[in-house]
Write a protein that binds this ligand. Structure first.
Ligand SMILES: [Mg+2]
Length: 389
């Protein structure tokens, strides 16, 4: 039996050109000439049998997550790395007061280690259902700076994506959350694509009232949108409001991205407050937690849509029958996917060019997560390094 004897965490920065903040002070948008310095971190867990797991975080607000990862890391020392269910349970209890987002990257690292030790991919360990995923471009927020600054600009970008082979596209709108401006984008996209692309909208909580959510939802109904995600300022957490919204509109809702925990997601299903279920291996307690949510949704006959992108996301989605699209984003016409740091040394990509000629993205099938990290680059850009042993 192996024992974990070392955990290394490297906090690093990467810069993204033409990326600024909008008037909200939080939302990343296109801004010509601006340069964003984004924080990120990579984890490496080693065991006394020489095995090692690695994972670099993909999700935003990484510094907030890193604080939790640093709290948990020392508690890994001496544990059996194969006991992921026990670690899931103990760490969930340890962080029950703070929504346990730090568990995910650690669990993913342990799955990478398990795959490498067995010399097989995590996708196969999970029971691989498919080897390629249908992607959608998840557009970054609209801006006022000449990027995605109008409904026409959004349509042009979606058209560019279509010409690259994408058959699904999602937009967010502006963080000011004007319902008329948002609904105009819904109308413009529907008119241009007329059923040729699956269209989705994710205001990400930007609309201010239930009435605004209803207004945009009715536009989605007219336009035949595939899903309507986290519309308004309850931040996707009020079950009653969304059950009521479902009574007024017919576009399927995708809620629960901002609800943490298997049990909490279950209560959204039983409250009939969402149509699609959301899961993210980073935010929802790792591959272990994500697959529990996928099977929960399966038990109710619902589809689960994986939030965000990355090698762990691909591995999970490859082993789930009840799912539809792989989220590639956030991306704009002038800004690449800024949530995906340039850390891969093996050609893996979550940029616009990730789509193959067949219109799909592949699921890595090498040992573990099937990717190779560029540790020289990660270390060169390090701002902090932590080691526990
Ligand atoms: Mg979302």
């Amino acid at each position: 039996m192996a024992r974990i004897d070392r955990v290394e965490i490297t906090e690093f920065r990467h810069e993204v050109e033409n990326l600024g903040l909008d008037s909200s002070g939080f939302a990343r948008v296109y801004e010509p000439g601006a340069k964003a310095s984004l924080h990120n971190y990579a984890i490496a867990i080693s065991a006394d049998d020489g095995s090692r797991g690695e994972y670099c975080a993909m999700m935003c607000v990484k510094q907030v997550h890193l604080a939790q990862v640093l709290r948990l890391a020392p508690a890994l020392i001496g544990r059996d790395p194969d006991c992921r269910e026990r670690i899931y349970d103990d760490f969930k209890h340890a962080l029950q007061a703070v929504a346990f987002v730090g568990v995910g990257p650690i669990d993913i690292c342990l799955w990478d280690m398990a795959g490498k030790r067995a010399n097989t991919s995590v996708s196969r360990l999970l029971g691989r259902y498919r080897d390629r995923l249908r992607p959608y471009v998840s557009a970054m927020r609209n801006d006022r700076n000449g990027g995605l600054s109008s409904a026409e600009a959004l349509v042009d970008f979606a058209q560019d994506c279509e010409s690259r082979g994408y058959r699904a596209f999602k937009f967010r709108g502006w963080s000011e959350g004007d319902p008329k401006e948002t609904a105009a984008c819904v109308d413009a996209l529907a008119k241009r694509f007329n059923g040729d692309m699956s269209l989705m909208i994710d205001p990400g909580g930007d609309l201010k009232t239930f009435a605004d959510a209803l207004y945009v939802g009715r536009a989605c109904d007219e336009a035949g949108f595939f899903w309507y995600e986290d519309p308004f300022r309850d931040t996707g957490t009020a079950q009653l409001a969304h059950r009521k919204l479902r009574q007024f509109i017919k576009t399927p809702l995708l809620i629960s991205e901002h609800v943490r925990g298997l049990e909490q997601k279950a209560s959204w299903i039983t409250a009939e407050a969402t149509d699609f279920v959301r899961a993210d291996p980073e935010l929802d307690m790792g591959i272990t937690g994500c697959m529990k949510i996928a099977h929960l949704a399966e038990a109710f006959g619902l589809d689960v849509e994986i939030h965000g992108c990355g090698p762990a996301h691909r591995a999970c989605m490859s082993a789930i029958r009840n799912t539809n699209f792989y989220e590639l984003g956030l991306i704009g016409p002038q800004v690449g996917n800024f949530l995906s740091p340039p850390v891969f040394a093996c050609g893996y990509s979550d940029q616009l060019n990730a789509i193959g000629n067949d219109g799909f993205v592949p699921v890595p099938d090498g040992a573990g997560l099937g990717v190779e990290y560029d540790w020289d680059s990660i270390k060169k850009n390090a701002v902090n390094a932590y080691e526990f042993n």
